[in-house]
Design a protein around this ligand. Sequence first.
Ligand code: M6R
Length: 610
Amino acid sequence: MCGIIGYVGHQQALPILIEGLKKLEYRGYDSSGVGIICLDEPKIMIRKCEGKICNLQELLKTHGLPESTIGISHTRWATHGVPSRVNAHPHSDCSGKILVVHNGIIENYQELKSVLVKKGHKFLSQTDTEVIAHLIEEHSEKDFLTAVQKTIRQLRGAFALGVIHSDHPETLIAARIGSPLIIGLGKNENFIASDVPAILDRTAKVIYLKDGELALLRKNLVQVYTFAGKSVRPKIDQVSFTVGSVHKEGFAHFMLKEIHEQPNVLTQMFSSRIKGFQIHLEGLQLTDAELKGFDQMMIVACGTAYHAGLVGKYIIEKLAGISVAVDVSSEFRYRSPIITPKTLILAISQSGETADTLAAVKEAKAKGAKIISICNVLGSSLARESDGVLYTHAGPEIGVASTKAYTAQLAMLYLLALKLSRVRKKISRKTSQELIKDLKEIPSLYQRILKHTQSISRIGHDNAHFGCFLFLGRNLNFPSALEGALKLKEISYIPAEGYAAGEMKHGPIALIDEYRAVVCIAVQSDTYEKMISNIEEIRSRRGKIIAIATEGDDSIKERVHEVIYIPSTNPLLTPLLVALPLQLIAYSIATKRGCDVDQPRNLAKSVTVE
Ligand code: M6R
């Protein structure tokens, strides 16, 4: 995680750095800092503080920095060392001439630090980053570029770096391996950033620095080298996307706004992807013959995207008859997956920058697999690593809790499953057409659910005092239960577990008493009767039950404390509908408890460390 932005050019660096940093705050927000070279002396000067970037802005009002045309800045998500001013970046060396910002983890920092301490270096922070500054200092008898190159070769792990040196006030050095870093090319100015949106209003000309590459930037020069020192001719890309609106538009939080955007996101997806009853998956880059040829799929994803993948397994197996394995990305690469030429890997990620998912994809690629991805962010690292990309086009998702990106991933998985089933002739044309018709109804059913936002929020508020929640579902709503629990715990900090309802009697039932709340997904389906039996089991143990049921199911009211109804639809599509009340429950409980729903503690929107 962490966001980096650096500048060298003809303009004042500070406003550019702060403005860019604000756009990277989704990567971490526990502390931030900025460092410039004061060109009169020249010397480095830094300002840093704990908390969000607005705190840094406040600090700069009272403790400003002199004018400068070169600087680096950073927003942090702590890995080594608590969030604090001292641990915030940039970090410096003993001479106070070198400044470093870093994203990623230096795995061998302890051993490097021990050697440096023995040599007399004094460390101020608990971070792994600080070793980089001291190592560069160690190599400072060489020129700046060589000193950084020598340092980098000593580092193990994944990292993106920005470095400046007051003896070289015209030079900014950047390097990456594992963690993303781009270079923005301007007129008499150049930038480095963790992500394109941070600089997109300054330049659309970018170099996506590759793993194992280092760049030297001056205001009118960019040179790229491999870590081994070989000069590289970089590819310059012209970014064609724009960054969409990032305003709350009258909603109290981005999360609430994004929940309400879901009807629109799906309407747009269906209108561009469904023509008549044909599914169009532009970007997939697989012919029908290739789609017929695969005999297994492996889905890799993290968090909410993993839950979407689990729903994907149920629907792809059911509709297309292909066996699907779903792994959390961080486990995939360590379990020796058996990948054959007939395996299709599907990576799912909102950001397309999730380090675990990228690592899983690289692992699968190395084994010769074909990679496709479902991704929201255009031009992301995942998109660039994939053979084919299905963009969800859900628009920027700012709230850390994934909402519209999740339902967009689900919708795309339905389209993919339908496409696969048609080319493999697994379901009849009639069944496929009926399902497509039902799918196209979903946005209007969303509108109907969202009309009940207030009554769902009332249920959330009334139950916000519970100290523990269980979420239960069966079959393709088992992943919905996992997602409901994740949503609640990440924004309200209430312990919440998602379980397959049938598994409850194998352990979790021990938790149930009058102090636990249980959210039961009891929508009409083949497993409805079994879910009702589970509800009875909870009732007999005095658990407080909130049911999500299908409109018209009046009898369930007698068995539970609260019911949230969703409109009736094809049972196969219910995960799409169930998601909304689950999001609203989590949101209303978290806001009732006064939590920062858009930027929950300890989290970041994009998880770029493994
Ligand atoms: O950007 P990605 O979809 O790859 O992110 C994966 C997870 O980090 C993400 O879904 C996370 O679990 C969300 N905070 C959940 O709301």
